[in-house]
Ligand binder design. Sequence first.
Ligand code: PEP
Ligand code: MG
Length: 882
Amino acid sequence: MKYVYSFDEGKKEMRSLLGGKGANLAEMTRLGINVPFGFTVTTEACTRYYQENKTLWEDLVKEIEKNVRKTEEKLGKKFGDNENPLLFSVRSGAVISMPGMMDTVLNLGLNDISVEGLAKHTENPRFAYDSYRRFIQMFSDVSKGINKELFEEVLEDEKEKAGVELDKDLSAESLKEVVRRYKEIYKKEMGEEFPQQPERQLLDAVAAVFASWNNERAILYRKLNSIPHDLGTAVNVQSMVFGNGGDTSGTGVAFTRNPATGEKALFGEYLMNAQGEDVVAGIRTPSHISELETQMPEVYRQFFETGQILEKHYRDMQDLEFTIENGKLFILQTRNGKRTAEAAINIAVDLVEEGLRTKDEALMMIEPNQLDQLLHPTFDKKAMDKAPVLTKGLAASPGAASGYISFSATDAMLRNAKKESVILVRTETSPEDLQGMDSAKGILTSRGGMTSHAAVVARGMGKCCIAGAHEVKVNEKEKTVTIGDKVLGEGDIISLDGSTGIVYEGKLETKDPELSGKFAKFMGWADEVRRLQVRANADTPHDVKQALDLGAEGVGLCRTEHMFFAEDRINAVREMILSKTLEQRKKALAKIEPIQEEDFYQIYKVADGRSVTIRLLDPPLHEFVPHTDEDIAIVAKELGVTILEQKKAIDDLHEVNPMLGHRGLRLAITFPEIYQMQARAIIRAALRLHDEGVNLIPEIMIPLAGDAKELSVVADSIKDEVEKIFAEKGKTIEYHVGTMIEIPRATLLADEIANVAEFFSFGTNDLTQMTYGFSRDDAGKFLSQYLDDGIFEKDPFQVVDQKGVGKLMKNAVKLGRQTRPGIKLGVCGEHGGEPSSVAFFDELGLDYVSCSPFRVPISRLAAAQKTLKDKQLKMTRIMDAF
Ligand code: PEP
Ligand code: MG
């Protein structure tokens, strides 16, 4: 078994073995790009490291040594040499990139003797001691878990003594003293001298990177990004090149296109006389990459060209890390760059137009959930014009958010749990802040650039972020932030516009997003491809309009109860519910009927002939009862009862288990007149539109059926009512009565149910609730534990449980079609807007999914990707058959 590959042995296709970084380093080496030579220890070695009780076994050590020798030969330098030592960087490299989550050690191989050699050889003692002190600190932190703060304190102290502000201004003598004190820390903490043998340093560092796969922040990152925990990381051991050797050296990161907007131009930053972590840490403010063109024109030209070559090769926007060593350019990493949803769409469309990608490939480049970022509201322009501007920072991640100021990750988490919106305000963020960032609505930092931790992570999370707002002075201890002459605290609200970088005081109104021409074009390609139709859950004409604008092909679920809460009818609804006699109820229903008819008319009008499935009343009646004395009095008066009697009637509606209680079509078994009224309103509205020339076919949906007889009693009473209207109007139209499939029994007896129902719509919310026996309203309390403990991988209320709930659905599809071939089948639970569930519903052969309007584009893309994956699979099978 081979566990180590040198850079000239791998290629980009070996990603699962070499990790993303390792595979790309090998690929670049193959392409002849100037990459410092080295080797990669595989992810399989990481897996075995855990099997071997977290130790490196003998054969692996030999393989590593062999590759060290090979690197020495290539570079004509020796690892551990006293004069001109070969030094290594040791970095993690997972299969799926996890930026900043695992550990890195730079300048490995230095010791007390070789540091002197390096100083002489480079004629730059300052550089040599700077490299050594960085190495000691990183090695101690990464390999031995010694607190970084201890080292930072020494550095700060020496800077103060020397009277300088920046690390780079420390003299060689001061750095020597720093090194001496660092080694003292090491000795005190570890009870032994700092290791002087380069081989031991290297093996310890490799083991430490393997161990960092399971550090807390890496585990959390994987959880947040649904990355499997068993992939393991590779380790890249790469010969060092130095960006900190003087003013013709430097280091930087840059994207081949703008990762925030997609604009086709180099985008990034660099720092002269610095090592990589200085750029990311955000302590010194880097220069924009375009300035390199004036500073070092030849290096800039080379870098630009390398970017072009790599972009063409990978056929995607690249995120590059580079180092300039004494005027010579080295590329340290390339990968497909992370980007905002806006940039992702623009880049995908541009790549098609540049002939680098096909439309189908472009469709596969975007994670459907990423579209969510685009579909969020932005600040209302008028509100922005009026709002007091506090300051401006870098527009690091787009979106708009208002919230209370929060100074720590923990505080953000606690306040988020209390449903408070917070903005995390920090000097800078670090991976420890991940969960707090996830809890915040937006992030504001005073330090750091576009590639700082805050910026990179926020973009990945689709969260708005403003970084490097220098005027913001954060006092994390006092919990105050000073911006100009304003001092704000935890009780103050600020608003961030992540697209402009402007920070506003107070809360700002937001407005719905406008989607660009490229977005429409991209979604058009998705529509050309997909089989599955996408409808929306929408209850009002406004929502229906929004859904259609977002590409919905109709309404899959119109929940009529939401209309019942409107002010002009809630009292009539309450009278209807609390009526003691049929007569009273009919009187109340008569008040509601014309209002409902108008609701349906308006919805049908907006839908303009597209399918609209209207569901009859579903929730338990107690949800509508009045709570305040004033409201109780109004209904009591109308019904001619005392307040006391009214309160008693309300109490009588109380159920121990309302979700399994008097709801859904059970309401129509006891009070058939409710559904009859709704059916009349639907048909009358439809007839009016027919008269106006809109040929719609009403779909009346009965919720919560579990039994064919039960359903037929209710369906018959509805149909009788419809017939009466047809007779009254002297006109008939096509209409359908169907049911929701949301009770497990209905899935088991779907053949019988289909005798009555003309269509099925799976209510996967209730179906999940009743299949697991987990209450929809309370399960959150314990489900989080299931997820934390890994008992469940996903929340079944968000991602459909294919194994259990899916099996029931499959059965229902089969039985339903047996009875009624061609029966129309859809889904209208929350799962209809979740990409992996959408793919599963496509697999089941359903006709459509229905989801909330803002998820419609996500489902459209998810459905298209499923079709494309199927196509791909079919091709592979055909190829395999040959
Ligand atoms: C469902 O149960 O999946 C559904 C769509 O209905 P509701 O959420 O209204 O119960
Ligand atoms: Mg339901």
